[in-house]
Every structure is written in structure tokens, then in C-alpha cells.
Design a protein. Structure first.
Length: 379
């Protein structure tokens, strides 16, 4: 197709499981952009599946730490300077600086999509000097931005109050699948039909997500199996806990999977766990992707009471809450819920109803409006 404008979408991950960015690229395609998604390739990154748009992954000399961010930003800067581009789409603060600099040099439109309160993540709040550097980058660039997107209203409100910039909420909800993705069978994963299957899934199985407590709770839960699907910094510790307590039959580890496969596995579960702890501002205001994944998979939710999560669960009545993230309390709550078949059935019905309202087909219009607004500002 001739006369398509060029958009470059920048991220710091390896592109494999970032479903929000994948959906963003498709929206840009539908808006008649020629899209190039740029990220990085890690040593253990899987091969990319075919996409409807072009992609590129940098191979960098470092995979974490300050030298990773430095080399990533330099590569992005040089790459963007050498490309013809009409729209730069920066995802999160760790790609914003080169995207902003090039947008100014080339007089190119920039959209910034911040997926969290980046400077308030536990990894930075525990390291004030590093946090200060990122805060300096954010406070320098953010007030100068014209098009900003984030993942929920609470985070949008904080940014608007802090920088006096309009911020649009575009939540990371799944595409509504009326036909439903074909599901795996429990037999494929050596799961018994009579077991009550619990799941925690996602690409961020990290500290303060209640994963250690969930694993410990399984020593008390009869006829229950916990699936941990994905990766993160807490997985090695969780595997050690399982080995030490000889709970291999109670806790299963499944490596991260592409989104469609992830959802097939999620549909095997009876209850989705959301045990994030309120240990930082970002954590307390999070609206995790897995919340909507559970809803679209048709499985009820057991969650800690955090602001944005609580709103959704209470609005649609799709789950229950924990009084405390402690192994015995987790187990007691699960077993009580396991025995209430009628409530489980009602929650599953409510999940189906919620999925019809909370889906990408509806939510993407907000992103489309931002893209069109940027075009009008250019004109």
C-alpha cells in the first residue's frame, strides 16, 4: 500500500510475550502505518513467531544493570536517527530518552506509553541513587510531552497532578474471543480432573507478588495443584522451596509461552491468584494483565485488596479477597472457596459477562483517538 506513514515502536524487552505492545502495533497497522517494532534479544530469548508487521531485536553486550540501559538507549538513538519515521512510539521510561531526542531532532510525532509508575517499582525504591537518575530523566522530558498513555486511572491521575500533562488511560485488556480459544486438556500436563487447579501466570513473576507464600500454602492444601506459568526473578527461589519441601506433585513450573498458548493453559485452572503486595506506590496501584486474562479465561480470582484490582473484581463480582497474604490463610481461603460450588459457577458466569465489556475491541478506540489526535496536532 502506497503512502503509508512509518511508525517505530520501541521497547526494552524481547518482544515475545508483550501482548500490550503487540496489540498497539496492530492498531497502528489498521490506522495505515507501516510498523517496525524494536526491542532486544536475550541469550535465552525464543524465536519470534510470524507477525503482521516488521520487527527487529538488538543483540546487546549486557542483559541487565546500568550498562544494559546505557547500551540500549545508545542503540535506539543511533537506530532512530538513521531511519525515516513519522511517528515514534516509546514504551516505558527506559526507552523514552532516545525517542524524545530523535523526535525533537527530526520534528517527528512522539507518543509515550508508560505501563507503570516506573520510578516507584520496588527495584528502584530500594536503590535511591538509581531511582534519582530515572526521576531526573522523567521530570526533564515528561512535562514536554503532548501525547501520553498509561494503564489505569490511578496512575494517570498521579502523572497529571505531577507534570500537568494530559494522560489517557488505555488498559491492557485482551481481545474478546467469541469462539473461545481451543483449550488444552489437563491430561497433557499430567493434571487430574479431580484436582483443584490454581494458577499464577505472566512474564513478571517477581518479588512481592506473593509467589513464595502461594508455594508454601500448597503444603496445607489437599487435592490442589498450583501452576506457575512464566518467568521472573522469584522463580529460582520458588523452585528451591518446592524441592526442599518435596512438593513437586503440588507445584508445577511451566516456562513462559506466547499469549495464545498462555491462555489455553490458563483456562485449565479453577482459580486465578493475584497476590501482589502493597509494598510500593506502583505495586499498590497496579492493574496486572493477569487480572483480565483470568476474566477472559473464565476463571474466578483470589486477590489481595489493591485499589485498581478491587474495583474490577467488585464491579463484576468475579472473585474473592484475601484478608492477609500468609500461607495458612491462603490455603484456608482456597479450601473454603473450593467447597462452594454454587459461588464458583456464578463467578464463572460473571467472568463471561465481564469479558464482553472489558475487551480490546472496545478499549482500542482510546488508543486510536490518541493516534488521530497526534496527527491533527501535526497538521
Amino acid at each position: 500500500m502506497k503512502n503509508r506513514k512509518k511508525a517505530i515502536v520501541c521497547v526494552s524487552n524481547d518482544l515475545i510475550t508483550d501482548n500490550r505492545v503487540a496489540k498497539t502495533c496492530l492498531v497502528l497497522e489498521y490506522q495505515n502505518y507501516e510498523v517496525l517494532l524494536v526491542g532486544r534479544k536475550k541469550r535465552n530469548s525464543p524465536k519470534m513467531n510470524p507477525r503482521n508487521y516488521a520487527w527487529k531485536r538488538f543483540i546487546l553486550p549486557f542483559e541487565k544493570g546500568p550498562f544494559f540501559y546505557l547500551t540500549l538507549n545508545l542503540r535506539l538513538l543511533l537506530f532512530l536517527l538513521g531511519r525515516k519515521v513519522d511517528l515514534i512510539y516509546a514504551n516505558d521510561l527506559d526507552t523514552l530518552a532516545p525517542c524524545y531526542i530523535v523526535s525533537k531532532i527530526k520534528n517527528t510525532r512522539l507518543i509515550y506509553d508508560t505501563h507503570e509508575l516506573f520510578t516507584e517499582v520496588p527495584e528502584l525504591t530500594s536503590r535511591p541513587k538509581i531511582q534519582h537518575i530515572w526521576l531526573k530523566i522523567e521530570s526533564t522530558i515528561f512535562p514536554r510531552l503532548k501525547q501520553v498513555i498509561t494503564v489505569n486511572d490511578s496512575i494517570a491521575k498521579i502523572y497529571m497532578q505531577k507534570y500537568n500533562v494530559a494522560v489517557t488511560t488505555v488498559r491492557n485488556v485482551p481481545v474478546y474471543d467469541k469462539e473461545k480459544i481451543s483449550r488444552n486438556t489437563r491430561k497433557e500436563f499430567n493434571l487430574r480432573d479431580e484436582d483443584f487447579i490454581l494458577i499464577i501466570q505472566g512474564s513478571g513473576l517477581n518479588k512481592d507478588r506473593g509467589i513464595e507464600e502461594a508455594v508454601s500454602s500448597m503444603q496445607y492444601c489437599t487435592d490442589c495443584v498450583l501452576l506457575l506459568v512464566g518467568d521472573g526473578d522469584v522463580i529460582p527461589k520458588a523452585k528451591k522451596m518446592v524441592a526442599e519441601q518435596k512438593m513437586e506433585s503440588k507445584v508445577r513450573f511451566i516456562p513462559r509461552r506466547p499469549y495464545i498458548e498462555l491462555m489455553k493453559i490458563t483456562r485449565l485452572a479453577d482459580l486465578g491468584l493475584l497476590l501482589d503486595k502493597n509494598t510500593s506506590l506502583n505495586q499498590g496501584l497496579a492493574l496486572p494483565n493477569k487480572l483480565f486474562d483470568y476474566i477472559h479465561a473464565g476463571i474466578p480470582i483470589l486477590s489481595a485488596e489493591l485499589t485498581e484490582i478491587t474495583k474490577i473484581i467488585k464491579q463484576y463480582e468475579v472473585g474473592i479477597f484475601l484478608s492477609e497474604i500468609e500461607p495458612k490463610i491462603i490455603c484456608e481461603t482456597i479450601l473454603k472457596y473450593k467447597s462452594n460450588i454454587a459461588l464458583q459457577k456464578q463467578h464463572r458466569i460473571n467472568c463471561r459477562n465481564a469479558a464482553e465489556q472489558e475487551n480490546w475491541q472496545i478499549e482500542q478506540q482510546k488508543l486510536i483517538n490518541v493516534i488521530r489526535s497526534s496527527e491533527q496536532n501535526e497538521a
